[in-house]
Design a protein around this ligand. Structure first.
Ligand SMILES: [Zn+2]
Ligand SMILES: [Zn+2]
Length: 438
């Protein structure tokens, strides 16, 4: 309940009221409500963390932040920050407690969680109780600079020296030399071991290998397998496809009768869904063969989206049309695939990013245009995925409801719950950093 609104009517009848009291109460009410919002934000973060841990966003969404933006209307940057802070708070009981009581704003929590550890959170929290959000931002930035400067120089020099060199020697063999960042090197080592395992488990089981390859030879073969897999892989960690047609000029051979598809570069067969995605935007060469292998059709030119249509599409869609996505690096998806007679015209095309293009062809998502030409996406189980989700139903006075709920949880902030103990003295950045670094 907004107390200020109530007390204002009675204030004129009280003789003891001094000028300025009313505005004072207004300020108190703002501070008290802000504290409730801090406490509510903490609960929001806890729920987001649980949702993320249980991967509630999985299936269609690129990340928890992407889902959060879609579901709640929070902008992408702040959505990512919410998820980051939610995760960080899991290991920070003191900062969490302060926020839960309504004593710490999200602004401060956001800054503190950039540097806070279980060891320093007590000192950081004390500092934050004495400063404004702007102070904390400044201190955290300065601290990270100090920390970074020490390590950064050495790290930068090492990182600068990385390289990989590949050249062909007089025998026609490729010679590989390089120097890698430690994390990349470790990754490569693991990948080589895994690929060598995969390659040689079979022949060992068969026990008919005439000459057993040496460890070095196995690694060389393993590297080939890694490269092959990288080019044939559907996607990398971020869901972007590796080996995109534009960059590697992938040739896809499709057998007309069976629809079986093979990538020319790797000779690896691709599943039907993948084949349809790769040929959907048709920026790669699609060769259709009959049974005896003769080429029936080379599909590149006919199915490429012509530049004027592509421009019109960019203008109309502006980016991926999947609910809440909007990425601007996109494929032109044929709503009705050209193999089924779908035309390469504006009314049959839709921009989608690589992840969501895959969702449509390989993960069972569907899209069609409604009567007004708006895309309607559906989940694999057929449930619609609206562009804008339905807003939650709130009571007549959501703030009163929030305060009641807080009371039931023992959270009862007052007008000074979030007031810093700062008295206006100038910020001694050096001293603050020194205090934190001991
Ligand atoms: Zn497509
Ligand atoms: Zn997308």
């Amino acid at each position: 309940m907004i107390q200020f609104a109530n007390t204002r009517h009675t204030s004129s009848s009280e003789d003891t009221e001094r000028p300025g009291d009313e505005i004072e109460r207004l300020g108190d009410e703002i501070a008290r409500l802000a504290a409730h919002i801090h406490a509510a934000t903490y609960r929001l973060l806890v729920l987001i963390r649980e949702f993320d841990e249980r991967e509630g966003w999985g299936g269609g969404f690129r990340s928890c932040a992407h889902w959060l933006g879609w579901r709640t209307g929070i902008a992408p940057g702040p959505s990512r920050e919410k998820v980051r802070v939610a995760k960080a708070l899991a290991g920070l009981p003191l900062i969490s407690g302060a926020m839960e009581r309504g004593a710490l704003s999200f602004s401060k929590a956001r800054a503190l969680t950039r540097v806070a550890t279980a060891e320093n959170e007590e000192a950081l929290l004390e500092l934050s109780e004495h400063g404004t959000a702007a102070h904390i931002e400044k201190i955290v930035r300065a601290w990270r600079r100090v920390d970074r400067q020490e390590d950064a120089e050495a790290e930068r020099e090492r990182h600068e020296s990385r390289y990989v060199n590949l050249h062909v020697d007089e025998d026609g063999m490729y010679v590989l030399r390089g120097r890698l960042d430690p994390e990349v090197g470790e990754l490569l080592e693991k990948a080589l071991a895994a690929a060598a395992d995969a390659l040689y488990r079979k022949s060992e089981d068969g026990a008919d290998a005439a000459v057993a390859p040496t460890a070095e030879q196995r690694r060389a073969d393993a590297l080939g397998l890694i490269a092959e897999r990288a080019l044939a892989a559907k996607s990398d960690e971020d869901g972007r496809p590796v080996g995109r047609a534009e960059r590697y000029q992938v040739v896809l051979h499709v057998e007309a009768n069976t629809g079986a598809s093979v990538l020319e570069s790797s000779g690896i067969g691709v599943p039907a869904g993948t084949s349809r995605r790769l040929s959907c935007d048709a920026s790669l060469v699609v060769m259709t063969h009959d049974e005896d292998g003769s080429v029936l059709d080379v599909g590149r030119k006919r199915r490429t989206v012509p530049p004027p249509i592509r421009r019109a599409l960019d203008h109309r869609d502006g980016g991926c049309r999947f609910p809440g996505c909007g990425l601007t690096y996109t494929d032109a998806h044929h709503i009705r695939h050209w193999a089924e007679g779908g035309e390469t015209k504006l009314g049959n095309l839709l921009l989608v990013c690589a992840t969501h293009h895959r969702a449509l062809h390989e993960d069972g998502f569907t899209v069609e245009l409604d009567g007004t030409g708006r895309p309607q996406f559906r989940r694999p189980d057929g449930r619609p995925l609206p562009a804008v989700p339905r807003a939650p139903r709130l009571g007549k006075d959501p703030v009163a409801d929030l305060e009641r709920e807080h009371r039931s949880r023992g959270v009862a902030p007052g007008p000074h719950t979030t007031t810093p103990l700062w008295l206006g003295e100038p910020l001694d950045l050096g001293l603050a950093i020194d205090l934190l670094r001991v």
